[in-house]
Design a protein around this ligand. Structure first.
Ligand SMILES: [Zn+2]
Length: 439
């Protein structure tokens, strides 16, 4: 029983659903976007949720998995951006659909006979979609970006959009990449090719990391994103599908501006839990830190070794005692389970505001943040002012609804409801307050 049968009983209120994730769009942006023409159009004709509370760690991949499955990381399995790969300064990310353990909206939609497209939506490598541009950048020398994208995406569609819009790209520079994916999305809308379209735009996140959370540059990028939204709305009008489309614009996390970084594996090396050879490669490990920006996961090699667990616990608490180390909290396995992050992580460290964790094997445990890293996310989701927002407009949406707060896991079931589908495995609720009565 996967929910498809009960889904058919629901009335479908939107024939088309467009979900635009503006990576890094935050509650704090409301003042800016309400003055921009296309955001304004959506706001005036639709519904607003001012604060969407995230999941821990507040990183792009866990958050997007929570959006699309309506579940917490312990259920969907995307517990960080990156895999736990001891020895690697730049581990691989959760690129592949098969890592998601809960049922995503796109699978539910396809089972109901709907066509689905995804453009750079996280963790869609190898997903069974009608049109798929997965995000799989190379992490090792010799890997080829185009090869991975074609292998794990839908090749004919990718060729089609590359021929049409590839000229807009400059490598994977975010500004141009967002132009390319939004043009491709507009093309899909104009040709009426899909019912559910997931678009993930990246430039706002890049700008905020590099220039700071509320930087001038971030404000400029919001204007670019408004222009891209305009392009999508126009395509929908041209296609004659505007009245039958629900438009959702959402973010995933906010940021905290930073000045120092914590090289967590340097701390673990100094405490004797990691050994490197002369060439700087990892020779042996007992405890490893998987950095999540504002937080860090700690994995034990031997999870049954109680003495090891106790000594790592003591070392982490000692580090927290050091006022210069920038560590705000140490969470143990029990607390991690309570935070719905699952069974697999042994400790979780939360950084003080201004500090963040980093995967590099630096000499010092704490050092000044590099010049191109001004703001970070990944911190606890319930910090004040640290939420994203959501706009909804169009078919099936209640005009004028203004909600203070929802949880990010409420989004998936609400999107499903807009399409007349059910998401029975969701841990969140359908946000009926933003849905039109007949939805
Ligand atoms: Zn993000």
């Amino acid at each position: 029983m996967d929910g498809t049968d009960s889904a058919l009983e629901l009335k479908r209120s939107a024939k088309y659903l467009l979900v635009v994730s503006l990576d890094g769009l935050s509650s704090a942006d409301f003042g800016t976007i309400k003055e921009l023409p296309h955001f304004k159009e959506l706001l005036q004709s639709g519904a607003l949720v001012r604060e969407v509370k995230g999941v821990y760690p507040t990183q792009t991949y866990p958050l997007h998995a929570s959006i699309i499955t309506g579940t917490y990381p312990q259920k969907h399995g995307i517990v960080a951006n990156t895999l736990n790969q001891p020895g690697l300064e730049n581990p691989e990310w959760f690129w592949f659909r098969k890592a998601i353990k809960a049922r995503p909206l796109y699978d539910i939609a396809r089972s109901a006979g709907l066509k689905v497209a995804s453009l750079l939506w996280p963790t869609t490598g190898g997903a069974a979609l009608d049109y798929n541009l997965p995000e799989i950048p190379p992490t090792r020398p010799g890997q080829n970006l185009l090869w991975s994208v074609f292998r794990y995406g839908t090749p004919l569609f990718l060729l089609d959009i590359l021929v049409r819009f590839g000229w807009q790209l400059r490598g994977i520079e975010r500004f141009y990449l967002d132009n390319f994916t939004s043009s491709s999305a507009a093309y899909l809308i104009r040709t009426g090719k899909c019912n559910l379209l997931l678009l993930h735009l990246l430039d706002l996140d890049a700008a905020r990391h590099k220039h700071g959370f509320l930087s001038k540059k971030a404000e400029q990028v919001l204007q670019d994103q408004d222009r891209r939204l305009g392009k999508l709305l126009k395509a929908s009008r041209q296609a004659g599908t505007y009245e039958e489309t629900a438009f959702i614009v959402l973010g995933d996390h906010a940021y905290i501006d930073v000045h120092h970084r914590i090289n967590i594996n340097t701390a673990l090396r100094k405490a004797g839990f990691l050994r490197f050879n002369r060439r700087g490669r990892l020779a042996d490990w007992k405890a490893w830190g998987n950095s999540c920006g504002g937080s860090s996961q700690i994995y034990l090699r031997d999870r049954e070794d109680r003495t090891l667990r106790q000594s790592v616990n003591n070392a982490l608490l000692a580090l927290k005692q050091d006022p210069d180390a920038g560590i705000k909290a140490v969470f143990d396995r029990k607390q991690i389970v309570k935070m719905k992050l699952g069974q697999g992580i042994d400790f979780m460290l939360e950084a003080e505001p201004g500090f963040y964790f980093n995967g590099k094997f630096g000499e010092k445990v704490v050092e000044a943040a590099p010049g191109d890293r001004k703001a970070v996310h990944g911190y606890l989701p319930h910090l004040k002012g640290y939420s994203s927002l959501l706009l909804a407009s169009g078919a099936g949406v209640k005009k004028g609804a203004d909600l203070q707060e929802i949880n990010i896991v409420d989004i998936g079931p609400t999107l499903a409801a807009l399409l007349g589908l059910a998401m029975p495995s969701a841990e969140g609720r359908v946000v009926t307050e933003i849905l039109a009565k007949d939805a």
